[in-house]
Design a protein around this ligand. Structure first.
Ligand code: B12
Ligand code: SF4
Length: 510
């Protein structure tokens, strides 16, 4: 029997890492029945032409997409396929259809959507499409589709268990095309080892999507996957995209033991965790994590003000952040706490300017206290961007946020560039200044400059020291006006990066 061809396309063309979502949805598909082609810009710079070529004779096109710019790419490709092959069903999955199902399905070029996790939903969808028993679409949880002009959204499933799923097929991508250069390795691979999250942060879309369920692969499965990867590609680091890698201490211990026992000798970085969780870890676990190669941890500190943390249901305290910074310092593990300015809490309803000022001062205090422990930890500051599906979304609308209308406007919704009306116009520059200072003052450049010749390192060291000093002075005095040092530094960095193409910093976190 001839295998049916399924074409899968990753629309996030700015993203260099392993296309984990697309690989995952192939896990339950029988390779004897289905011939799967994964297309990304990494492997096919002319990705649109490649999708068109591969769709010849294909049975279905699946596209992974996330709100913002990738949606415009997904749209362009879908429109082209609909024009050339009007009979190929197109299904979109990923965070765009998960959080904006109706908007996505209303378009003429999307026939089906997958809301949330896709392994089982996609397998059932493909089987029904294959058997042509279309009335059974109604029984697939997480599926959205059209019946005439009507949009049908089936019930969702929350986080589904993943322990019983097989590993994805390893031969679907060319692994060397997905290696990333980071501050902790030159050949870093992305993996995912769990789904969902049991917490309830009010600005986040995950509690609704996961229904606060967290499901994970066993340590044995994680190590087995890495061993398979090691046979195919040489890597010196991994990054794990889980929302909360550290939820289960015993699991973390066993993964670390597995990495050590199997002599991976790699660095592990950009792992997300929770402060309240990690401060309870035993000292022996910290030692083990360090030995296994743990380089840095991302945590959502969210704010330097206790009342803000309460208002967003963070279920963690400012003191937890400070305690964690001390612990990380002890084990020389870099901590990257991120904070959000402009979370629409009560204070913004009363006096937005004052609330904004308090947010900034809270962050600077937090930073100053963290750096007192003499560490290289650095803070990332984000302006608040309302995420559809999160409890704070309706508060944002009450405060004057106008949601984009229609898919084209959502494709322009870049979360990092959203300007909510209650953050004062000048506030956005101040956020940039905070990030700049935190970067120059916090980053350990000896790691970052790994890829440059020794002589350049020697020349740059005193220059960076000067910028660090000015940054530290700004934080001490809380003076964020007239950021001439930031402008010069940014110009210098742009020139430096353009002259040294090998040097690249990956986007941190999600
Ligand atoms: C890695 C990551 C990134 C990477 C790559 C993103 C990507 N994959 O394209 C980078 C660093 C580039 C990134 C950037 C950003 N990210 Co991000 N990121 C993540 C993170 C941590 C993991 C994603 C991942 O790989 N998961 C593992 C894979 C296996 O799961 P998955 O991709 O979701 O795929 C499953 C399903 O979605 C579905 N599925 C996916 N594709 C398809 C396709 C088909 C056909 C089907 C049927 C099913 C299907 O099935 C898959 C298997 O179950 C998530 C959080 C999370 N845990 O999901 C945030 C997350 C996706 N990011 C988020 C945000 C906000 C951002 C940023 C805006 C952050 C910022 N402030 O800059 C940017 C910009 C994104 C953009 N517009 O380009 C939000 C998205 C919110 C939203 N409503 O869209 C998330 C959910 C984090 C959060 N809770 O806030 N991110
Ligand atoms: S922000 Fe992180 S910890 Fe909070 S609900 Fe979202 S994924 Fe969970």
């Amino acid at each position: 029997m001839k295998r049916k061809k399924i074409v899968l396309f990753g629309s996030n063309i700015r993203y260099v890492g392993v296309p984990l979502g697309l690989l995952s949805i192939t896990e339950l598909l029988d390779p004897k029945k289905y011939d799967i082609r994964i297309i990304t810009k990494n492997e096919y710079p002319n990705f649109k032409e490649e999708v068109i070529k591969q769709c010849d004779g294909a049975f279905c096109l699946g596209i992974s997409t996330i709100t913002g710019f990738p949606v415009s790419v997904a749209k362009e490709v879908s429109q082209e396929i609909k024009r050339i092959y009007p009979n190929i069903p197109i299904i979109w999955g990923g965070w765009q259809p998960t959080t904006l199902p109706e908007v996505t399905l209303k378009t003429p070029y999307v026939d089906f959507i997958c809301m949330g996790q896709g392994e089982r939903t996609f397998k059932q969808f493909i089987d029904i499409l294959s058997s042509e028993k279309f009335s059974e679409f109604a029984h697939i949880s997480g599926l959205g589709y059209k019946k005439g002009k009507k949009i049908i959204l089936n019930k969702r499933h929350g986080t589904e268990e993943i322990e019983s799923l097989p590993d994805f097929q390893m031969n679907l991508i060319q692994w060397d095309k997905y290696l990333e250069v980071t501050d902790f390795g030159k050949k870093v691979l992305r993996i995912s080892t769990s789904y969902g999250c049991p917490y309830r942060c009010a600005f986040c879309c995950e509690p609704f999507n996961s229904q606060r369920l967290w499901k994970a692969n066993t340590p044995t499965q994680v190590i087995r996957l890495l061993k398979k990867m090691r046979k195919i590609i040489k890597f010196d680091g991994i990054t794990i995209v889980d929302n909360n890698f550290f939820i289960n201490e015993k699991r973390v211990i066993d993964i670390c033991k597995g990495l050590i026992k199997n002599k991976f000798n790699i660095k592990i970085g950009q792992l997300s965790g929770r402060t309240n969780n990690l401060v309870q870890y035993k000292p022996t676990t910290w030692k083990l994590m360090k030995k296994a190669g743990l380089y840095n941890i991302l945590i959502g500190a969210e704010s330097g003000n206790e009342d803000t943390l309460i208002s967003i249901n963070k279920d963690a305290t400012v003191q937890d952040t400070l305690n964690l910074a001390k612990i990380c310092n002890r084990y020389r593990i870099l901590l990257i706490p991120s904070v959000i300015v402009g979370l629409p809490n009560k204070k913004y309803f009363v006096n937005p300017n004052r609330a904004f000022q308090e947010d900034l001062e809270g962050i600077i205090d937090l930073y100053n206290k963290i750096s007192l422990s003499g560490s290289h930890h650095h803070l990332l500051t984000f302006p608040y961007a309302p995420l559809p599906f999160s409890p704070l979304y309706s508060k944002a609308i009450e405060l004057g946020f106008i949601p984009p209308k229609g898919i084209d406007n959502w494709s322009k919704y870049e979360f990092t560039e959203v300007h909510v009306p209650w953050i004062p116009a000048k506030g956005f520059q101040k956020i940039q200044v905070l990030n700049y200072i935190s970067t120059v003052a916090g980053i350990d450049y000896s790691h970052l400059l790994n890829s440059v010749p020794y002589i350049i390192k020697i020349i740059l060291a005193p220059v960076i020291q000067l910028f660090k000093r000015i940054g530290q002075w700004r934080f001490k005095t809380k003076f964020l006006e007239f950021p001439f040092d930031m402008w010069i530094f940014n110009l210098g960095s742009t020139v430096f990066i353009s002259l040294n193409k090998r040097f690249r910093l990956v986007n941190i976190g999600g």
